[in-house]
Design a protein. Structure first.
Length: 186
């Protein structure tokens, strides 16, 4: 659903071909904020076209490059866009951390190996938070407040994840993942 919503949303801004859509997604760092498979772009466009939500309006021929089909959102596509948009706002799906299942049994694992893996995640997370913060400030003059809310939220979630990983790494390094009866210190 996310890919269709993104495609329709970008086409609400104007006609475009898939290469331009992908470029806009990358330019706007959407893959940092929205869970979607980048490779599913062309399949989603084909499906939207077959279902009448977008129309191919022209094919641009450029020597030395493959032909590029430009798409336009239809009236029914605008209706689907509104439906998908409101459905996303209404969604109350919980988000589960991929490490939670492992943390439930980490006390039985090799603490040194766990520490090494968490330390790598921690380093990647520090870089991700740096990028999220930078992207947020770069986009303040050019995007709507709704987009800034998304960017700020992702940055804040990144900061929270960073604190979580720092505490986890410290406990793993100290061999404390097996301990019981002690609260997590802040």
């Amino acid at each position: 659903m996310s890919m269709k919503l993104v495609i329709l949303g970008l086409l609400m801004e104007g006609d475009s071909h898939p290469y331009e859509l992908r470029h806009k997604m990358k330019e706007r760092f959407m893959l940092h904020y929205i869970k979607m498979q980048e490779g599913s772009l062309y399949y989603a466009i084909d499906t939207l076209c077959k279902d009448g939500y977008v129309d191919a309006v022209e094919t641009v021929k450029d020597s030395g490059r493959p032909d590029r089909t430009v798409y336009r959102i239809t009236d029914s596509g605008r209706g689907l866009f509104q439906e998908l948009l409101l459905k996303q706002f209404a969604d109350n799906q919980l988000v589960y951390h991929p490490m939670y299942a492992a943390l439930a049994f980490a006390r039985y694992g090799d603490q040194k190996q766990i520490y090494a893996l968490v330390k790598k995640k921690l380093e990647r997370q520090r870089e991700a938070v740096r990028i999220l913060k930078e992207v947020y400030y770069e986009h303040i003059p050019t995007v709507s407040r709704s987009v800034l809310h998304m960017m700020k939220s992702r940055w804040e979630h990144g900061e929270t994840e960073l604190l979580f990983l720092e505490r986890l790494a410290a406990d793993a390094e100290a061999g404390r993942l097996t301990e019981r009866g002690m609260p997590i210190e802040d």
